[in-house]
Design a protein around this ligand. Sequence first.
Ligand SMILES: Nc1ncnc2c1ncn2[C@@H]1O[C@H](COP(=O)(O)OP(=O)(O)O)[C@@H](O)[C@H]1O
Ligand SMILES: Cc1ncsc1CCOP(=O)(O)O
Ligand SMILES: [Mg+2]
Length: 280
Amino acid sequence: MEPDNLNEEQDQNSWAVNAWTLLSKLRDQSPLIQCITNFVSMDLMANTLLSAGASPAMIHSIEEIQDFTPHVHALCINVGTLSPAWLPAMREAAQVANKAGKPWVLDPVAAGASSFRLKACLELVGLKPSVIRGNGSEIIALSKASIGATKGVDSSHESMDAVEAAKSLAQSSGAIVAVSGAVDIITDGHRVVGAHNGVSMMQKITATGCAVTALIAAFVAVDPLHALEATASALSIFGIAGEMGMAMAKGPASLRMHLIDSVYNLDQAAVSSRLKVTSL
Ligand SMILES: Nc1ncnc2c1ncn2[C@@H]1O[C@H](COP(=O)(O)OP(=O)(O)O)[C@@H](O)[C@H]1O
Ligand SMILES: Cc1ncsc1CCOP(=O)(O)O
Ligand SMILES: [Mg+2]
């Protein structure tokens, strides 16, 4: 084998070993993940976290943040069905998580759809999330800090169109930025990796993006010092589960069920034979 190919194969192996190690830790440790999320995603997000081995809690009332948030292992904030009444709790939860040294992850759903939403997302970015995960259009809107013609919560961009936007957002925010799509992009602003697992039918199930953001929070909870690797691992694991689920599915509704089952049943052989992460 040529030395370059050998290096690539060793890289693949080490990504697969790392992803499996993190999933195993997650299953052992069952981290508590607080989710302040939209009404559409609550069910799929909680079930995805449970099937991966984490313990989800959809607790969003501002009256509970000071008591509860210091005890979580990670926090996920998602602005999908944002209204002004929800923002103070999101703000406070991010601040309490930071003070307690707990990682938190932002999903800027439809960031470019309105000035209200964009302003809220930019304010949350300023509260120092460990990771921001969005689709191509969301990451471009956040990076440019501008609203525009959008398709709402869906992306009108390929993830690869958002590589420069992701790098620039990572540099300005200090967060790891992930852009989901046919290739999931993960960057710290300098290094860029691509995670190549998944199936396009995942876009036809509402809240798969929200669910993978929560899964990222769970992976970062078990490896907070390596947020880029944890993020790439979570996206890869979800993508592999999507591929395995697709082999049994007849359409989006049965894929949703088989996706959850596949996250639950994932074993080391599937991770090491299927995972594909490359440097971009
Ligand atoms: N064309 C595609 N091919 C394979 N997987 C995809 C594709 N588009 C999205 N995914 C996967 O679907 C999940 C949700 O991503 P996406 O649809 O981009 O998020 P959102 O729902 O926030 O727009 C991710 O795990 C992503 O990797
Ligand atoms: C349809 C919809 N509308 C507001 S939030 C939401 C769910 C979005 O989920 P995802 O970002 O995972 O597609
Ligand atoms: Mg989304």
